[in-house]
Design a protein around this ligand. Structure first.
Ligand SMILES: [Zn+2]
Length: 209
């Protein structure tokens, strides 16, 4: 299994190919590769991303069969079954990099802001459970001057939600905490831009504010 930092570079390279339109498809998903993977998988990164149809992890990182262990849920939230999925990849498959990836203009984050600004009683309890997961990280932003600047508010809320999910993974699981402390597991946060196609790794990579 490749180390976390190397896995991160591989994702950055793949995203660069995606952005510049030089996708490396072909061998990544052909019959030979498929046969090779029947006996097992060694995905080099876990991506916890949003279900949004515009942000498919394999495409935006230009990766093929067996490369990424992808978990997608609206608003890239962290709930017990999602933590369990990450634990499975990190503990059983040996994957050393976990990326929580939000994106610009996220509908789940915007729905949470709408709900906080104008609470509605009619929401489905299932949908509400997603909003409740996003709420704690974005609610404080409504107490700031961002309140009057919707685009800036959404931008900061998306990043706050990514940071919260990444922190939850870092500290909300004994298995992951142990792997981080002793085994080189790295959990980072990123934002995908719908506008440019670029992924900005802004949390947990070192050197950030
Ligand atoms: Zn989204």
């Amino acid at each position: 299994m490749i180390p976390a930092r190397q896995a991160l570079e591989r994702l950055k390279d793949g995203n660069r190919r995606f952005v510049t339109g030089r996708l490396d498809l072909g061998a990544a998903a052909d019959e030979a590769r498929r046969s090779e993977l029947v006996e097992g998988q060694e995905p080099f990164a876990v991506i916890l991303g949003c279900s949004d149809s515009r942000v498919p992890a394999e495409i935006v990182f230009d990766q093929g069969l067996g490369d990424l262990f992808v978990i997608r849920v609206a608003g890239n939230i962290v709930a017990p079954s999602l933590v369990g999925s990450v634990e499975f990849a990190a503990d059983k498959l040996g994957t050393r990099l976990v990326v929580v990836m939000g994106h610009s203009g996220c509908g789940a984050v915007q729905a949470t802001l709408d709900e906080l600004e104008r609470p509605s009683a009619s929401r489905s309890p299932n949908l509400h459970s997603i909003v409740e997961r996003i709420r704690p990280s974005v609610e404080p932003l409504l107490e700031t001057e961002l309140k009057t600047d919707r685009p800036a508010l959404v931008h900061h809320a998306v990043r706050a939600n990514v940071r919260a999910s990444a922190n939850h993974l870092r500290h909300g699981s004994e298995v992951l905490e142990r792997l981080i402390d002793t085994d080189g597991l790295l959990v980072v946060g990123a934002e995908y831009s719908l506008e440019t196609g670029e992924v900005d790794f802004f949390d947990g990579v070192g050197g950030e504010a």
